[in-house]
Ligand binder design. Structure first.
Ligand code: ASP
Length: 348
């Protein structure tokens, strides 16, 4: 009798655990997905108005995928994203996974700086469980608002065990991107996100998640960047170089005490003589200067047209200027040794 009783208990536990839905916590930060306008077109809306509760109410069937709870971390247009909000997000994510509060996290976020938040979190969150960002191009009050579908898809991806160990992800318009390579590549279209160097990692379609690629660097959780206890990060500025630019912006950053400068150069991180002289002066003052590019895809390579050894510059590899800035800000919390900083750009 006893073994039969034990078998029944085991079967009961198995069945109930199979029936259990994954727990997903949505951390809302604002953006157009929470935007509200007076009319059904997109004109004159304000980002970051609608609370997470109302966003969820607009997604029929989402409760069938997961047990969802929402928390409002901020409610801003992502042009107003700050290091302080990033720190808050990082802290809450680490807390959720350390305390086993959820199987996955979705972050609703404006699209303007979503690629930056995704990479920042990718560099600073140590857990392997899914963290998925999403947003929308049309406000919640617009015709064919894309937010509800993106939110549904993001929850589907975050609830899938297939998403474990892939780093921070961005889900948009049925594509799954890795948070390191993803960029906002269009100012207004619904299909605004792309991954210029890799392509999407996978797709979410009809409620099913499928992966084609594994982004090795994005999935590397062994980063040295522990921001616990920090309230801010070293200042790093981006200097945009175009034809006949003067080097004034570089000199300005040096004067203002910036610890690092990212050059949004032309081509393979190139610049003219005026920039060269300003960079030379910056490096001689101990400022870390990293060559990146505003081309939009591809790598910036050492010792090509620029003699990095003589000038004392580093390169961003395939990180665009805004992502290179994040890595340098975090890198400078660890070291100002140029070899180590350069190794970060080849690793993370
Ligand atoms: N400016 C908005 C934001 O980034 C745009 C959007 O979400 O699509 O918050």
């Amino acid at each position: 009798m006893k073994p039969l009783f034990a078998l029944i208990i085991v079967l009961f536990v198995c069945l109930t655990s199979f029936a259990q839905k994954p727990r997903i916590i949505i951390l809302a930060t604002g953006g157009t997905i929470a935007g509200e306008g007076a009319s059904a077109d997109r004109a004159a809306y304000t980002a970051g108005k609608v609370p997470i509760k109302s966003l969820l109410a607009a997604v029929p069937g989402i409760e069938k995928i997961a047990d969802i709870t929402g928390e409002q971390i901020a409610n801003v247009g992502s042009q107003d994203m700050t290091i302080e909000i990033w720190m808050k997000l990082n802290k809450r994510i680490n807390e959720i996974f350390t305390n086993n509060e959820a199987e996955g996290i979705v972050i609703t976020h404006g699209t303007d700086t979503q690629e930056e938040t995704a990479y920042f979190l990718n560099l600073t969150v140590r857990h392997d469980k899914p963290v998925v960002l999403t947003g929308s191009m049309r406000p919640s009050t617009a015709i064919s608002a894309d937010g509800p579908k993106n939110l549904y898809d993001a929850v589907t991806v975050a609830a899938s065990p297939k998403s474990n160990g892939r780093g921070v992800l961005v889900v948009f318009n049925e594509s799954i991107f890795d948070g390191r390579d993803v960029v906002k590549g269009n100012t207004t279209k619904v299909d605004a996100f792309s991954s210029p160097n890799l392509g999407p990692l996978g797709q979410v379609y009809d409620g099913k998640v499928i992966y084609y690629l594994n982004a090795v660097r994005a999935a590397n959780k062994a980063t040295p960047f522990d921001i616990k206890g920090l309230t801010t990060l070293p200042k790093v500025g981006i200097a945009y170089m175009d034809a006949d630019a003067d080097g004034g912006v570089v000199a300005h950053f040096v004067k203002e005490g910036y610890k690092g400068i990212i050059i949004a150069g032309v081509g393979n991180g190139n610049f003219n003589k005026a920039f060269y002289d300003a960079i030379d002066a910056a490096v001689k003052k101990g400022v870390i200067v990293v060559r990146s590019s505003h081309v939009g895809s591809g790598r910036v390579t050492l010792y090509d047209e620029v003699d990095d050894k003589t000038l004392g510059t580093l390169v961003s590899d395939d990180l665009n200027p805004q992502k290179a800035r994040l890595l340098l800000m975090l890198g400078l919390t660890q070291t100002s040794n140029k070899d180590i900083l350069q190794s970060y750009f080849f690793k993370y």
